[in-house]
Design a protein. Structure first.
Length: 97
């Protein structure tokens, strides 16, 4: 049946490329999501994302850095891990990890 994969989402939703947080317009050039991306994520999922923090004593920052370092080590190729413009490296810089 043609279009069966679109059931529940609608063609209009998929024609514009999805939510802003999944596209370039919702992502910050320096890493992470910008305010527009966080707003679109909240509208789509109901979850709340906070902007990065650079406070050295923040438990949220420590947890994020530990989690992302593990992802970088296990889930990226050697080329991506060395690339300063990869999303994961930009994100780690933004959070001052």
């Amino acid at each position: 049946m043609p279009g069966a994969a679109l059931r529940g989402f609608g063609r209009a939703y998929l024609s514009n490329g999805g939510a802003a947080w999944t596209r370039k317009e919702g992502q910050s050039p320096s890493g992470g999501l910008n305010q527009r991306g966080r707003d679109s994520y909240k509208a789509e999922t109901g979850g709340t994302l906070k902007p990065p923090t650079k406070s050295k004593t923040s438990g949220r920052r420590k947890s994020f850095c530990a989690r992302m370092r593990g992802m970088k080590r296990k889930l990226t190729s050697a080329k991506t891990a060395r690339d300063p413009n990869s999303r994961i490296n930009k994100s780690l810089r933004k959070w001052d990890c």
